[in-house]
Design a protein around this ligand. Structure first.
Ligand code: RB5
Length: 166
């Protein structure tokens, strides 16, 4: 599978370890950075491009890390079409795909050990969306909100630029 991976300084070491394991298992790993350890870097700079790559289909799934995994999930979920969640256990990592069609797994480099993180990654990648009607219905409600949000954002941008012209 073609998998995107990314991390800020809080997840950098674990990203290197997970990327190595993924490659060993035969996955194609696309690294969205950071490519070097930089204690001053910012998780949105990696989480957002990675989430966009998932949403556009450039990669099939994404794994993104920061210190806690919280900031990465907040940022990734702002991208339309990304369904990101922070998981600390393999059950959530699998069920999040089966029921919620999660396509970006968020992990905390400072809150979990590499082996637990690796279990999460493996469960995330081996799962597929069940397609069951009730789960589709729920996702449709999320999609509707996402689409109305974009409409509202566009309307506010038009309103602001109109105000600027006046
Ligand atoms: C960076 O120090 C830290 O705040 C970040 O990696 C992450 O944990 C944010 O949620």
């Amino acid at each position: 599978m073609r998998i995107g991976i990314g991390a800020d300084h809080g997840g950098f070491v674990m990203k290197v370890q997970l990327a190595r394991k993924l490659a060993e298992e035969g996955h194609e790993v696309v690294d969205f950075g950071n490519m070097v350890y930089d204690p001053d870097d910012d998780y949105p700079d990696f989480a957002i491009p990675l989430a966009r790559a998932v949403a556009t289909g450039y990669v099939e799934r994404g794994v993104v890390l920061c210190g806690s995994g919280v900031g990465a999930s907040v940022a990734a979920n702002k991208v339309s079409g990304a369904r990101a969640a922070l998981c600390h256990d393999d059950y959530s990592a699998r069920q999040g795909v089966e029921d919620d069609d999660m396509n970006v797994l968020c992990l905390g480099g400072r809150t979990m050990g590499t082996e637990v993180a690796w279990d999460c990654v493996r469960n995330f990648l081996s799962a597929s969306f069940s397609g069951v009607a009730r789960h589709r219905r729920r996702l449709e409600k999320v999609k509707q909100l996402e689409q109305s949000g974009s409409r509202i954002n566009r309307q506010s941008e038009e309103f602001i630029s109109q105000g600027e012209r006046e």
